[in-house]
Each structure stands twice: as C-alpha cells, then as structure tokens.
Design a protein. Structure first.
Length: 421
C-alpha cells in the first residue's frame, strides 16, 4: 500500500517497537543454542514488517535477512541498517538453496495466505533449513474468543484464523522432527488468578500463539534445544474453562454446605420449638395446678372464715380450751397410779380452770346444763374427785375417756365444787 496505510495500521494495533521486541525475546532460548553449531548462522524472516525481529536476531549473533512486499515497512528497516529486500515471501523462500538457513520465521504471515500457500511455505522451509534448524510461525490465537470473533478481522488482509492444532499438524505432516506450540501474550495476573470471570474465559486465553518446528538432526544438535521444547507456554481456553467450572464447583460445594447448615439450623429450630411447646404445656399444667391450689386455698380460707365467725365456734371455745388442758393432765398421769395421780394433779388444774369458768356466767350456766344431762357421769365424778370408792371398771372408764369427755369432766368438776362450796 503506497499510502502508508498498513504501516500506520501496524503502529496503532500491533504496538511500539520496544514492546514487540520484548515479546519476541521468548524465542531466543530456542535459537541461541544453535549458534554453538552454526556460528554466524543465516536466518530469513518472511514478512519482516518494521524489522523488530531482524534487529533482535542481529543483536543475538545471527545474520538475518528480511523480505516484505510493503515498501514503507522496508523503509523503517533500512533506517536501522537492517538487510532487507522487497518481494513475495513465498517466492523468495522457494528461490533459496537447500539447507542454507538456520532459522526461517514468519510472524503474522500465515493468516494472510491461503492454506495451499501455507503448506508450500512449510515444505520449502523444511527444504532450506539446516539439520536442527527451526521454523517459527506466529499468528493470532482463535482460542481467544475475542480475538477470533473481533480482533482478527481488524486487519483487512487477513484470510481466516488458523487453529493451533491445524498449524502444528501441517508442520508434523511435512516431516519436521518435533513441533512445539507456544501460547503468547496472556495476562500474567490471570495466570495466577484464583477465580476467573466470564470475561476472563472469553478474552483471557493467549491472544497469539506460535508453532516452532525443528528439522531432523543428530541427537547432539537436538539436545541443545530440548530444555526450551520442554517448557509449557501460555494460557489455553481449556484451562480457563476448567477453572471456570471449578469455580462453580466451589460455589456449588459452598451452597451444599450452606444448605446442610440451614437444615441443621432448621432441625435445631424444630427441636427448640418442640421444647418450647413442652415447656408451654408444663407451664399450663403448673398454672392449672396453681389455679386449683389457689381455688382450694380460697375454699379453705372461706371455710375457715365461716367457721371462725360461726356461733358454734364461739360457744365451743371454752370447751376446746378445757379439752386442751385435759389432754395435758391425762398425758402427765402414770398408768399404774391413775386414780391417785388424777386426784393430785386434777385438783390443782381444775381449780385454776374453775376460777376462769366461774368468772363467766354463760360458761357457768353451761356447766350446770351439761351436769344435769349426764347424771351417771356426775355421780362417777363425785366418786373420783371426792374420795368415793371407785371400782376397777370405773377407773377404766375414766382412763378411756375421749379428749372431749375429758374437757367435760373438767367443767363438771368445777360445777361440783361450786355446788359443794
């Protein structure tokens, strides 16, 4: 193109010279060992462009020659005192004598030619290379989805993307001894990145790749470049997709863990709810029992209040008091000396009770009433407390008196004494 279009296009989209030379330095470990076998080795660069690779080869000790159709590109090379010639790359290669070159390179050339021309280029390169010589073909990498669907078509002279497996097979089929694929210019940050994004999958694979093919040679010559051939290069689409899948596997694993924890939490919540219901039921039972107890207490209290406020309770108060005193007297009397003990203790206690009863007219009147209703008991008491002879059955009758009867006895004693006096 005489209007400098392609040179300006390269300036914008290929990148500055220093950047390109840094990228091209990746090939030097393959080339430099060959200088031990072929000092001042001759190399030809097809489609040399601005001459970055020619400059790097010359700096490394090779004698490079560049070929390109674009006069503007060659002008930049001549400005750097690089040896170049204008012409068709494939025709120039076909005109070289056999086993005359140590390196044949074609950077971003194969995507500009037809497939038949590509096969011719590879076959001619094999012919002109010395034993152990190298063919280098660099091209855009269609594994990078953004490159394959967008960036590749920025250059209007591109034919079509070439998969790396196809280009490597062309070299193998042509008869090269070994072939190495290098993926290039990937993001170094992405290589060590943990979780990849969808954008990384689409645009993260190495944007360029190269196929390096080496011609048959003795084992000593091939061993010089074995280290370089054994290194892995670049970032493939399969790698990114695998990491993308692994990311979802991790997410899925975390989701399962979260689900398991949620189920555990749900089970614990159900257990807690069951315990809460049990506690609530127990509380209701306790509340019911408390209500029953409270009701019983209220009933007892009501009954007690009614009893305490009743007329009978007030009337029987003296009898209860006397009964209490009588019980004390009976418990203090020995069984074997019942009559004598009763006489001795009864008189002292009964006189004290008598004074209290006689001081209350109503109690006094009640004692007479009881005495009049129980003549047999009155006669028995007279015999006991006034030294009347008592038979054994009578003693037993006194000993077996109930607490209430004992209380009545005390009242009667008071009445008898009162009448006597």
């Amino acid at each position: 193109m005489s209007d400098r279009f392609y040179r300006m296009f390269e300036e914008r989209y290929r990148g500055p010279r220093d950047l390109i030379k840094r990228r091209l330095a990746v090939y030097l470990p393959f080339l430099k060992p060959l200088l031990d076998v072929y000092p001042n080795a001759v190399a030809i660069d097809l489609g040399c462009g601005r001459g970055e690779w020619l400059e790097l080869l010359a700096w490394s000790g090779f004698k490079p020659v560049g070929v390109d159709l674009d006069a503007d590109m060659l002008e930049a090379c001549r400005g750097l005192s690089l040896e170049v010639e204008q012409g068709d790359a494939l025709a120039t290669l076909s005109g070289l004598p056999g086993e005359s070159q140590v390196v044949v390179s074609a950077f971003h050339v194969v995507e500009h030619i037809t497939f038949d021309q590509l096969r011719t280029l590879v076959a001619e390169a094999l012919r002109v290379l010395k034993p152990g010589g190298l063919l280098i073909m660099e091209t855009p990498n269609p594994e990078n989805i953004v490159v394959a669907t967008r960036d590749f078509y920025l250059d209007p002279t591109h034919e079509r993307p070439i998969p790396s497996a196809l280009l490597a097979f062309v070299a193998e089929h042509a008869g090269f001894a070994r072939v190495k694929t290098l993926r290039l210019q990937e993001s170094k940050e992405l290589v060590n990145k943990g979780d990849v994004s969808l954008q990384d999958v689409f645009a993260g694979a190495s944007p360029d790749y190269a196929v390096i093919a080496q011609k048959h040679a003795s084992g000593d010559v091939l061993s010089l470049t074995s280290d370089a051939f054994n290194v892995d290069y670049g970032l493939s689409l399969e790698n990114l997709m695998g990491r993308w899948d692994a990311r979802f596997d991790r997410v899925e694993a975390k989701a399962k863990q979260a689900e398991a924890k949620a189920k555990q939490a749900e089970a614990k919540a159900e257990q807690a709810e069951a315990k809460a219901k049990q506690a609530e039921a127990k509380a209701e039972q306790a509340e019911a029992k408390a209500g029953q107890a409270e009701a019983k207490a209220e009933q007892a209290n009501t009954y007690s209040q009614a009893l305490l406020s009743s007329t009978s309770w007030r009337l029987t108060a003296p009898l209860r008091f006397v009964s209490h005193v009588g019980l004390r007297l009976l418990s203090a009397i020995p069984t074997r000396s019942l009559v004598s003990g009763l006489k001795r203790r009864a008189r002292a206690e009964t006189y004290r009770v008598a004074r209290w009863v006689l001081s209350r007219p109503r109690l006094k009147q009640g004692a007479f009433v009881v005495l009049n209703r129980l003549p047999r008991l009155r006669q028995q008491l007279r015999r006991i407390f006034f030294e009347v002879p008592v038979t054994l059955p009578e003693k037993r009758a006194v000993a077996n008196l109930t607490p209430r009867a004992a209380s009545i006895h005390a009242v009667l004693i008071v009445a008898i004494e009162n009448r006597k006096n």
